[in-house]
Design a protein around this ligand. Structure first.
Ligand SMILES: [Zn+2]
Length: 454
């Protein structure tokens, strides 16, 4: 072959592929299915409830958005109006998605809204719920978990089947109802302090938005996030809480659109004031309005390029109890402490020892070569979002918490040292044996930058 021809071919190939990525659009599809329990099941999130749900304020939804880039690479984001999900359930869902749709672990992100008005999700928060309910409730919880899994697999299939050429754009808005719940007690003083501009502590008020439009410009899907606990309502009826109302509002404004919500690093953020359905509707409307503002302004278009990665990093636990400690705690008058001790004794019996670390999941996607979408497990406190955005590219860095496996609160080193509920006393409700070690923040940060190189 002519010695000049090879470089010429190479140049042509580079040119052709850049032309292809500029001209070949995304393919995208979205689907939604109701996951409101049909039977009077136990509700998740609060330890004080004494009875199952007795009705509903809204439906609960599972939704899926499938993005396919110019090279045919797919990613699926599944959002659930649920308090959380555990490692076992996610593992089963991902296995099935591999078998049925050839999706690998890195191509799947499962996000939960952390609504405290949804059902108990399998053995997630075991010592708080599953281990303390009667046999009849356990049966309903198991049945619900199996049905949920089946519905999610069908849902992803429907989203893939509906995929069509699309334009994907991004933007970022603001909503200000999230309050740092550790720094602004008592909550009754929050409205006054807000008026005087005296609220304290770190917050993340960003509302990242990804829009999907068809070739005619019609909005087909909106993916948006916010970092705040979905604890506006604490009653006995199913509800998506503020994220549920926000999704309903957006879908009312755009009837053929699927609105999907992911929770950010809101582990230490509450919607305040709270405790009424009306407030949940107000916050939902405020969030929907922030999304709408982004949608009506010019939005940058993302080229059809997607890269996906996933890793599990071992997070160390500190201060593990001995068998003697557990034997005596198993007799505790605190039903939660006793349930955790029994759970750990079973683990000790089965494995010979208590797990001294936890396989912590991190998904990192680069969307359109511009947006870093990072999905972290657990109830991540806001310090992580603030730091990760600062170390990367601010509004183009989107950090979800409550993703893939909600195994505990994830404190920053600051919050861990300060202690309190998010610092580690809440670990009892998740069945973890001790506190996270002081390496927690640096271990996660290092893993984040490895999963998705800057
Ligand atoms: Zn929480």
């Amino acid at each position: 072959m002519n010695r000049f021809l090879i470089p010429l071919i190479a140049i042509f190939l580079v040119f052709a592929s850049s032309l292809a990525s500029a001209e070949t659009p995304w393919k995208a599809g979205a689907a939604a299915t109701i996951i409101t329990p049909e039977k009077p099941m136990w509700m998740a999130g609060y330890g004080g409830r004494k009875a199952p749900a007795d009705g509903k304020f809204t439906e609960l939804w599972a939704k899926a958005l499938v993005l396919e880039d110019a090279a045919g690479k797919r990613g699926v984001i599944i959002t659930l109006d649920l308090v959380g999900i555990d490692r076992a359930a996610t593992g089963k869902i991902c296995e099935q998605l591999k078998t049925q749709h050839n999706l690998t672990r890195d191509q799947i992100v499962i996000c939960t809204s952390h609504t405290h008005s949804g059902p108990v999700v399998g053995q997630n928060l075991g010592p708080l719920h599953y281990m303390n309910v009667d046999a009849e409730q356990k049966k309903l919880i198991d049945e619900y978990a199996a049905t949920l899994q089946k519905k999610i697999i069908e849902l992803v299939g429907a989203a893939i089947d509906s995929a069509e050429p699309a334009t994907v754009q991004w933007g970022s808005g603001k909503a200000t109802f999230a309050v740092n719940r550790r720094e602004n007690k008592p909550y009754t003083e929050v409205p006054e302090k807000r008026n005087r501009g005296e609220l304290k502590g770190p917050v993340d008020h960003d509302v990242p938005v990804l829009s999907v439009r068809d070739t005619e410009g019609k909005l087909r899907a909106v993916l948006f996030g916010y970092a705040c606990h979905a604890t506006t309502i604490g009653l006995q009826k199913w509800s998506g809480d503020y994220p549920g109302y926000a999704q309903i509002e957006i879908e009312k404004m755009h009837p053929d659109c699927v609105a999907l919500f992911w929770a950010g690093c809101g582990g230490d953020q509450n919607p305040l004031p709270r405790r009424s359905v009306e407030l949940a509707e107000i916050y939902g409307a405020e969030l929907a309005e922030a999304v709408e503002e982004v949608l009506t302004a010019p939005m940058p278009t993302l080229p059809a390029k997607l890269s996906t990665n996933y890793s599990e990093t071992d997070l160390e636990l500190a201060g593990l109890p001995s068998k003697n400690d557990l034997d005596s705690t198993a007799k505790s008058t605190s039903i939660f402490e006793a349930a955790r001790a029994k759970h750990l004794l079973r683990q000790m019996e089965k494995k010979g020892a208590i797990d001294g670390s936890y396989p912590y999941p991190i998904t990192g996607w680069k969307i359109g070569g511009e947006i870093d979408f990072i999905a972290l497990g657990g109830e991540v406190v806001v310090d992580y979002a603030v730091r990760i955005k600062r170390e990367r590219s601010d509004e183009k860095t989107w950090v979800a918490g409550y993703a893939n496996d909600v195994m505990a609160y994830i404190p920053s080193l600051r919050v861990l040292k300060e202690g309190g509920y998010e610092g580690g006393t809440s670990n009892v409700y998740y069945g973890l044996p001790g506190l996270w070690s002081e390496a927690v923040e640096e271990t996660i940060l290092k893993a984040v930058h490895e999963v998705l190189p800057k």
